[in-house]
Ligand binder design. Structure first.
Ligand code: C6P
Length: 421
């Protein structure tokens, strides 16, 4: 198998890879690490690691509490990070950017705060068959608490949303449409602009799960007009433990606080409390100070490279991966055609032998890291009649050589299993 030079890739992957110490790692017997598990979590460049080390070594204290200069420094850096997020997604105000623990934390915040206050029997939450459990379970829990109903838009055989069903299922009962911008299994890029427009005509709000899209393609929340957006720092080269909920100011202002504690109050009495203004109202307790600063550094890094170039690079790798893996002739792929999807390639061997978990384990011997399982999308796997898939997922530092290594390792996996039969 030979590697074609990527003609459309504007990214200098050699230069980028030099920023990521972990990518230079060799595993057992000097096998190089081929990290293709970026939909689960990405790696961090030195610039992000350094921003956090620098903070711990020189600027760290609790935020919004101290009167001392170290606390002022820490607070400034934390609030600078919020401003970087605001600019990155083009939100109109810093008050609309809430730091959470991740996508999961952000969606739970909306389901608990907005959901408990607004939904009741007869109301519907419209989501899709391709949702991650994080955009499914909080709505089920809300339905259990309030008597509202969860309704799901089906997925077509080629892994797209069935938009005719969406039109039919979106009714005057729909109060919230909760949809992922990009499927973490199929790589499907959903038409969120169209979904937002239709949902608003029907009088429903829209929450976009941006976990798999915000790190890879530019989003402009003002232009999109959605109501909420959730995403995670660790999927965009930031640290784990921090994520973002963006919400329209008037909605966030009307919502009751979710968690109670320090920082989220204006005044506390023994017989009650008054919540603080945004964004503090939704940031109870000591927030993820250094992770947020790390996320800000990741945004700087992404900004210097440009999300357009990142998306183009991943597109090239995805099309290339489908071509070379397709040459094996024995893989079943899931999702839309490679030209139409994000950098996620999920597959099984025909007849499911070897099983996805065995594939991942055997690939690991070749230093190739992929994920296998249901990827926290059980209903979607049921839809395609499999209980697990193997998944390769790309980011800006991946190369065609790494795709070749994956294909070569899969060829060997296939040979081992043929001999065993
Ligand atoms: N998907 C994957 O391997 P957290 O864990 O809160 O950072 O992100 C949750 C989440 C929500 N929505 C989508 C579409 C996701 O892909 C994820 C995380 C990882 O696919 C871990 S299960």
């Amino acid at each position: 198998m030979t590697t074609d030079a990527c003609r459309t890739c504007p990214l200098d992957t050699d230069k980028i890879r030099a920023d990521f110490p972990i990518l230079a790692k060799t595993l057992h017997d000097g096998v190089p690490l081929t990290y293709l598990d970026n939909a689960a979590t990405t790696q961090r460049p030195r610039q992000v690691i350094q921003a956090m080390v620098e903070t711990y070594e020189h600027h760290y204290a609790n935020v919004h509490r101290g009167i001392h200069w170290l606390s002022d420094q820490s607070t400034d850096l934390y609030e600078d990070a919020r401003e970087k997020v605001r600019t990155f997604i083009n939100a109109s105000a810093r008050e609309e950017v809430i730091f959470t623990t991740g996508t999961t934390g952000a969606i739970n915040l909306v389901a608990r705060s907005w959901g408990d206050a607004n939904l009741g029997p007869g109301d519907e939450i419209l989501l899709t068959e391709m949702e991650h459990h994080s955009n499914l379970v909080p709505w089920h829990q809300l339905a259990e608490r309030t008597g509202a109903k969860v309704v799901a838009v089906p997925v077509t055989d080629d892994g797209k949303l069935d938009l005719e069903s969406f039109d039919r299922l979106l009714t005057e009962r729909t109060r919230m449409v909760a949809v992922t911008a990009v499927s973490n299994v199929l790589g499907t890029i959903n038409p969120i602009e169209q979904i937002v427009a239709k949902a608003h005509v029907a009088g429903a709000l829209v929450l976009i799960d941006g976990a798999q899209s915000v790190p890879h393609r530019a989003i402009d929340v003002e232009a999109l007009g959605a109501d909420f957006l959730a995403f995670s720092g660790h999927k965009m080269m930031g640290p784990s433990g921090v994520g973002v909920l963006w919400g329209k100011r008037e909605l966030l202002e009307a919502m009751p606080p979710f968690l109670g504690g320090g920082s989220m109050i204006r005044r506390v009495r023994l017989d009650g409390f008054e919540p603080a203004d945004l964004p503090a109202k939704f940031e109870a307790g000591t927030p993820p100070i250094v992770p947020a600063i790390g996320l800000g550094a990741a945004i700087d890094y992404l900004g210097a490279i440009g999300l357009g170039a990142v998306a183009q690079h991943e597109h090239d790798l995805t099309v290339y991966a489908h071509r070379v893996l397709g040459e094996l002739g024995t893989l079943r792929f899931f999702g839309p055609p490679p030209e139409e999807k994000s950098g996620i390639v999920s597959f099984v061997f025909e007849n499911n032998r070897p099983h996805a978990h065995d594939i991942a384990q055997l690939l690991d011997r070749h230093g190739v890291a992929v994920r296998a399982g249901h990827h926290c999308a059980m209903p979607l796997h049921k839809r395609f009649n499999v209980n697990a898939t193997a998944r390769a997922s790309f980011y800006l530092y991946n190369t065609r050589e790494e795709v070749d290594r994956l294909a070569e390792a899969l060829t060997q996996v296939q040979q081992v299993f043929r001999r065993r039969r």
